[in-house]
Design a protein around this ligand. Structure first.
Ligand code: BDR
Ligand code: CA
Length: 306
């Protein structure tokens, strides 16, 4: 599979779950502007892999802004560089010279079997791939995306951050017909970084876990300051858990649309759980999380890293 991300504290844990899972083979990582600007997110992705000793996965930079809107970053949660907290080492993983779209296209073409894409940021790169290289859609097994919500948002009352940053990109992905799973705030808010979780991660005892513990300290402090949530929700690895921890994430197949025109509601994800619209189902939407299985999978994955 491919991870398209905007690290971001929780994106780092998504990368680690993918890299350390015995069920997954991470073939490529692409970065997008989101939590931080692209110069930070592509660098942070390379740092996250390097800290974990993952040296053989190419990392490419993609879009530095949404398709039509201005980029708004989330430094209120992730700090000015996207990964506030630890002193960041120099990246040891080089930046691949290909663009994100080129790298994803090469990974899809090179794969014998259709490949999954897990997106944990604004979905600009994936939309650009599907818009510019539609013939590659058949080589994508599925797209799993952390974003949206069946209920309230976290950047406006209506919208979750990743959906709000680039709703036009999400609309393109939904229109593509590729199997799509949305893992939204309604389930990621069950993945709370409690003091018990922090203790478990710190106790793993490798360098990845030590770096991760510092990330969590910062992430929980900003979630406390902004949302009053000292046990911050670790959103992004829940999307990876759809593939890395089978049956941990419960989904329903339903109608999903994204608001691209709202004055107050841009980026809202409309999930027609009650079938009110009578429109055909087009997305798998996460509705439940087996929390112990999720943390078990993440802990085991980190333990397999450096
Ligand atoms: C999403 O937005 C970002 O801040 C996180 O990395 C996550 O992908 C949660 O709304
Ligand atoms: Ca993210």
């Amino acid at each position: 599979m491919i991870i398209d991300c905007d690290p971001g504290h929780d994106d780092v844990f998504a990368l680690w779950l993918a890299a350390g899972s015995p069920l997954l083979e991470l073939r490529a990582v692409t970065a997008v502007g989101g939590n931080g600007t692209l110069v930070h997110t592509e660098r942070n992705a390379r740092i996250a892999l390097g800290v974990a000793g993952v040296m053989d996965v190419p990392v490419a930079a993609g879009a530095d802004r949404p398709l039509v809107r201005e980029l708004v970053t989330a430094e209120w949660i992730h700090g000015e560089n996207g990964l506030g907290g630890p002193v960041l080492p120099e990246p040891v993983v080089p930046l691949d010279p290909r663009s994100a779209v080129e790298l994803m296209a090469d990974a899809i073409t090179a794969s014998v079997d259709p490949i999954a894409i897990i997106a944990t940021g604004p979905i600009t790169n994936v939309a650009t791939l599907l818009r510019d290289r539609p013939e590659l859609a058949a080589g994508i097994r599925e797209i799993v995306w952390m974003g949206g919500s069946t209920g309230r948002g976290n950047v406006t009352p209506a919208a979750e951050f990743n959906a709000w940053v680039d709703p036009e990109a999400l609309a393109i992905v939904l229109d593509s017909g590729v199997r799509f799973t949305m893992v939204g705030l309604n389930v990621t808010h069950d993945a709370l970084v409690t003091s018990e979780v922090r203790a478990r991660i710190a106790a793993i005892g490798n360098g990845t876990a030590a770096f991760g513990a510092e990330l969590l300290d910062f992430f929980c402090s900003t979630n406390d300051a902004v949302f009053g949530l000292p046990d911050g929700p670790l959103h992004d690895p829940v999307a990876v858990a759809v593939l890395a921890a089978p049956d941990a994430v419960g989904t329903v197949f339903t109608r999903l649309d994204v608001e691209v025109a709202g004055v107050h509601t841009a980026g809202a994800t409309l999930v027609d759980l009650d079938g009110m619209l009578g429109r055909p189902a087009n997305a798998h939407v996460a509705v439940s999380l087996d929390v112990p299985r999720f943390w078990d999978a993440l802990e085991a994955a980190i333990a397999r890293l450096a």
